[in-house]
Design a protein around this ligand. Structure first.
Ligand SMILES: [Zn+2]
Ligand SMILES: [Zn+2]
Length: 228
């Protein structure tokens, strides 16, 4: 078997069995990146240059603020705001429009995040590693079949990675296995949600809840994954 980048974390995530393994990888990467940005990387000038430029998404600002280093967040913000002061050029007072430069800068800020970009870079390689492992290792296929589910956003990213790195046959097998998982979990969720709805009708008071009690939360996890 060829050694691939990220073989170890990908295998570990699939060993767990419950939940989406890619959500687990995402959460681990996110935790590492948040620890780094408010710890070892915080004062590095080259990192500061990137955080000044990219800023953070709402989710990651919130997570940073909820951490235990608010001074660290403030120091990052201090230079981020300073860089925005020189980057934003108010104007267009008479043209009834924001200046083109400001618009471009704000649009960029709206869609960029230092932490998200760092996670994306690594998790992108992890989808590829998972596709390779599925193709090459019988043992990994067994793990793949036994994970709880793969959420929809990560299912898409996995198949995109598979299409990039696998042969036509290899991709077909991965797609077949992944589609099987998605279809089975969709049916299960749909049944659980229907039962959940029924339980609000007094005529079904005696019907057991089965697995339906947390079906609303599980449906959202399946639809949205760990990311937002
Ligand atoms: Zn996921
Ligand atoms: Zn983010």
């Amino acid at each position: 078997m060829k050694e691939h980048l990220y073989t170890i974390p990908v295998n570990e995530a699939f060993d767990h069995g419950d939940g989406c393994p890619f959500c687990r990888l995402f959460e681990n990467l996110e935790k590492t990146e948040l620890d780094l940005i408010l710890g070892a990387s915080m004062m590095e000038p080259e990192v500061r240059q990137i955080t000044n430029e990219k800023g953070f998404c709402e989710r990651h600002f919130a997570k940073m603020i909820a951490g235990n280093n608010k001074l660290g967040v403030a120091l990052i913000l201090e230079s981020h705001l300073e860089s925005l002061k020189s980057g934003l050029k108010p104007g267009g007072v008479f043209a009834r429009d924001i200046s083109a430069k400001s618009r471009e800068r704000i649009e960029k800020l709206d869609s960029s995040c230092y932490v998200c970009d760092r996670i994306d870079e690594k998790i992108g390689k992890m989808y590829e590693t998972a596709a390779f492992l599925f193709d090459e290792e019988k043992d990994f296929r067994r793990k793949f079949d036994s994970v709880g589910f793969i959420c929809l956003p990560h299912y898409r990213r996995l198949l995109e990675a598979g299409a990039r790195v696998l042969s036509k046959d290899g991709y077909s097998e991965l797609a077949r296995a992944a589609n099987g998982k998605i279809n089975a979990y969709l049916s299960e969720l749909k049944d659980d949600i229907s039962l959940f709805c029924k339980k609000f009708d007094y005529r079904f008071d005696d019907l057991p809840w089965g697995n339906s009690k947390d079906s609303v939360e599980r449906s959202v996890k399946f639809l949205k994954g760990a990311k937002k």
